[in-house]
Design a protein around this ligand. Structure first.
Ligand code: ZN
Length: 499
């Protein structure tokens, strides 16, 4: 149909009217797609495996023979933590090196999900080196260094001490380092170090000039003779020597003079000299000059014997010592003669009666003071030499005054006297009856190494001593002895006080 006014060649707009069935088909498609998606989603939920979070490493390493603690896993299923439901199979044995697996079985709706973790038991522990002794060792530079010992223990190999290598390195002339190295069978290494320091621990050698022990009498002067010091490393050190001394020659006692010097390493060399200041109660038997004889005659002067003794002494050009008792005008010339002929004179006692002499200390002391004055007026000699009746070791005085000898040995010395006992007995005032016995007693008693103080007696009738004297002198001279008289300088020869 051609409508009114339609012109065939004219362009007219076309109006479409879409058919309704097409719109219907499109709606269906959407529904299908949505349905598929829902199905997929449902299937995803059905078939989805649990999610596993690994604690720690996927491959764990654990040291040999150490405790292995599985860090485990965390399992999540459908937003829910199901770690508690995980079944773990763990056969890791750290006592054996090797590779192990830990199996985690995780049950879920559709079945069981299995997860595995690898565990390697390895030896990654280094051996231990134990040093015996210190890690810093000090040893004398003069001594050879002795390895104090070491041991190497490995957690896997056990004792590998034999594999230890020791190397040294010189740090300085006095320092050396020792390196102890070892490697176990799995290649784990260990090294420890010891330092050895070579020290100078040898003190300087100090040598005393003169005698190591010097015997002096109270009032003598001690003369320092010094010492020398040499150190092996530092050489001559004599000039650095320090001398300390507590010597008091006014007091009886044993003193020490110390010579000391340090070397450059602080080692102190020491030498001591002993100074024995003789006095009461001391058995100074080693005193004096070797092969010296002091002839001493007690109890004189005697009218008949003293002149005869003086004759023999004069003939042999020998000086002796006379410890005399109180004397009268008749024997006073003999006292003078003793002094004039060059002999020593000393005091024995004012009285030889023990009961009188040792009644108390003052009795004896006043007696010797009296004798001292008397001898001085007779001869001009002021003697301070005494000999106690019976000697300082006598015990008979106990009967009259206990302790009197102890008091006397001290007080006489305090007053400036010097008392002399003896160390060779002739026995001529006792049991000895013949000149031969006197001779034998004396010659058998002589000692080469000391001063011999021979006790003899000068009383009338003592002819055995007079007879023995020339042969005693001959024996002594033939055997190289020298005769001396006792003077203020003679070291005191004393016995041990017993009362
Ligand atoms: Zn006597």
């Amino acid at each position: 149909m051609i409508r009114d006014g339609f012109e065939p060649n004219k362009m007219y707009p076309v109006i479409y009217d879409l058919p309704s069935p097409v719109r219907h088909i499109n709606k269906k498609k959407v529904i299908i797609i949505i349905a598929i998606l829902i199905i997929l989603l449902i299937m995803y939920f059905i078939f989805k495996k649990p999610t596993v979070f690994i604690n720690g490493e996927k491959v764990e390493k654990v040291s040999y023979k150490t405790e292995f603690v599985d860090k485990g896993i965390t399992a999540i299923y459908h937003f829910k933590n199901i770690t508690n439901e995980v079944i773990v199979t763990n056969n890791v044995n750290t006592n054996n090196l090797g590779e192990y697996e830990i199996v985690y079985k995780i049950p879920y709706w559709f079945g069981t999900y299995t997860y595995k973790r690898q565990v390697k038991v390895i030896d990654d522990i280094s051996p231990e080196i134990q040093l015996q002794g210190d890690t810093e060792y000090k040893v004398s530079y003069k001594k050879e260094y002795q390895e104090p010992g070491y041991a190497a223990i490995d957690n896997y190999d056990g004792d590998i001490t034999e594999k230890v290598e020791v190397n040294t390195k010189d740090i300085s002339p006095s320092e050396k380092e020792y390196y102890y190295s070892v490697s176990d069978s799995n290649g784990n290494k260990q090294q420890v170090k010891r330092k050895v320091i070579f020290i100078d621990d040898i003190p300087p050698k100090v040598e005393i000039n003169g005698e190591g022990t010097i015997f002096l009498n109270v009032g003598d002067t001690y003369e320092e003779q010094g010492a020398t010091a040499i150190d092996e490393k530092d050489g001559e050190l004599t000039e650095k020597l320090e001398i300390t001394s507590n010597v008091d020659t006014n007091q009886v006692g044993t003193y020490v003079v110390r010579y000391s010097v340090p070397d450059n390493s602080g080692n102190i060399g020491i030498a001591d000299r002993e100074i024995v200041v003789g006095g009461p109660g001391r058995a100074c038997m080693k005193i004096g000059t070797p092969k010296t004889i002091y002839l001493t005659f007690d109890d004189g002067p005697s009218a008949h014997l003293t002149p005869a003794i003086l004759d023999i002494l004069r003939e042999n050009n020998i000086k002796a010592t006379f410890f005399i008792l109180d004397y009268g005008a008749n024997t006073e010339p003999l006292v003078k003669q003793i002094v004039e002929e060059g002999h020593s004179i000393g005091i024995h006692s004012a009285s030889h009666d023990y009961k009188v002499a040792y009644a108390n200390p003052e009795a004896y002391l006043s007696g010797i003071d009296y004798m001292k004055e008397k001898i001085k007026s007779s001869t001009g000699v002021e003697t301070n030499l005494i000999r106690f009746p019976g000697g300082s070791s006598n015990t008979i005085s106990r009967k009259y005054c206990p302790g009197v000898m102890t008091a006397l040995v001290n007080e006489t010395v305090n007053r400036g006297y010097r008392y002399f006992d003896w160390n060779v007995m002739s026995g001529d005032s006792g049991d000895t009856q013949t000149a031969e016995e006197v001779y034998n007693n004396v010659t058998n008693g002589l000692r080469d190494t000391i001063s011999n103080v021979i006790l003899m007696h000068d009383f009338n009738g003592n002819n055995k001593t007079l007879e023995a004297l020339p042969s005693i002198i001959k024996y002594a001279l033939d055997n190289g002895y020298t005769f001396e008289k006792i003077t203020n300088k003679t070291p005191m020869v004393t016995q041990n006080v017993q009362n």
